[in-house]
Design a binder for this molecule. Structure first.
Ligand code: PEP
Ligand code: MN
Length: 360
């Protein structure tokens, strides 16, 4: 049994275990803590045991990880439970030590992905490895940085690649610790359709009671797996105490999640789906046509304002439109957040059109 697990490749793991589960504590704290959690996870759906050995902390003076010593504990986890092991690496020295201790999966943390220098250093240290390397999204919502990190690793001939979506930091306070910005993960998936993508609901939510909900959304969006921070005594964890769950809660979450198939071969289903998709395509074309018409009208307004030398931005009128549209949207089941985002984008395009005319 343990041998079989040893022989499986990253892609086999993803095919055999859907969703792939990576679980374990935010930080390795003591040898006892690591082994106790690992043994509680041993006979569950967890394939990879995670534990942070080197911890990137926002402020100095907080627990910064046990360091290389913890790698020996991960070796014991693998020997005693058969689970593969995973940890974060943030420089070439970490990579060297993790490889020496045969860690199976290495991830690049969100604070490292923002730095092309660090990513390049890690890529060089990993050159040609057949270990699994996952790239967390950068802290800020910048898709290019995320893509750049993947490209640097691919160029270093690292074959078993993947990404982890852990949400993005925002200045505004939201209900999340890091807002998911699902559209960025979806955009990444469409650029690299074969690149496995794991969701990290722990760092997205920052709160254990929101983990189920975010995990379900990830599975509904065809994510390949989940990374969930797990501790036998979450409240007293040395880092990220509010977001860790116990092994038994993790098992319950996995039981309750609805695992959806990517598709279904049944003909009736496909006919019905194609029919609805054709309708959506027609409506999308109508939306584009209408937006084009709206811009022609905006150009007309621009010409008038130019003749009278009136400024493009009319804040009062704009606020009235927004208020009305939010109410209108509600009647059609559209959220305020969506209406505001959409109309801000439309308004910006109108302003750009009018600016062109006024500057003529
Ligand atoms: C972690 O996984 O414990 C971690 C530090 O994550 P992130 O890089 O997403 O903040
Ligand atoms: Mn953490």
């Amino acid at each position: 049994m343990e041998n079989k697990k040893e022989l499986r490749t990253w892609l086999d793991d993803l095919a055999l275990n859907h969703p792939l589960v990576i679980a374990g504590p935010c930080s390795a704290e003591t040898e006892e803590q690591v082994l106790k959690i690992a043994h509680e996870l041993k006979d569950t759906d967890v394939s990879y045991f995670r534990a942070g050995i080197w911890k990137p902390r926002t402020r100095p003076g907080m627990f910064e990880g046990v360091g290389a010593l913890g790698l020996k504990w991960l070796q014991r986890v693998k020997a005693e439970t058969g689970m593969k092991t995973a940890t974060e690496v943030a420089n070439a020295a970490h990579v060297k030590l993790a490889l020496e201790h045969d860690v199976d999966l290495l991830w690049i943390g969100a604070r490292s992905t923002v730095s092309p220098f660090i990513v390049q250093e890690i890529a060089d240290a990993l050159e040609g490895t057949d270990k699994i390397v996952l790239v967390k999204n950068p802290v800020n919502p910048d898709l290019a940085l995320w893509l750049g990190a993947i490209e640097r690793l691919a160029t270093a001939n690292i074959k078993n690649l993947g990404v982890i979506h852990r949400g993005f930091s925002t200045y505004e306070k939201t209900k999340y610790r890091n807002t998911p910005e699902w559209q960025l993960a979806i955009e990444l998936q469409s650029k690299f359709p074969d690149l496995p993508i794991i969701n990290d609901p722990s760092h997205i939510t920052g709160k254990r009671d929101m983990i189920f909900d975010v995990s379900q959304t990830a599975l509904d969006l065809n994510f390949d797996g989940l990374m969930i921070e797990t501790h036998y005594d979450p409240e007293n964890a040395w880092s990220d105490a509010a977001q860790q769950v116990t092994p038994s809660t993790l098992v319950q979450i996995m039981k309750d999640l609805k695992i959806r198939k990517e598709t279904d071969p049944e003909a009736d289903y496909n006919d019905a789906l194609n029919n609805l998709r054709a309708k959506i395509d027609v409506i999308d074309n109508q939306i584009i046509e209408l937006l084009g018409k709206r811009m022609v009208v905006a150009d007309g307004i621009g010409t008038l304002k130019r003749q009278k030398n009136v400024s493009v931005l009319q804040s009062k009128r704009w606020n009235e439109i927004l208020g009305k549209m939010v109410l209108e949207g509600q009647e059609h089941g559209l959220s305020e957040e969506f209406i505001l985002k959409m109309f801000k984008a439309i308004h910006q395009e109108s302003i750009n059109h009018q600016e062109k005319i006024i500057k003529k």
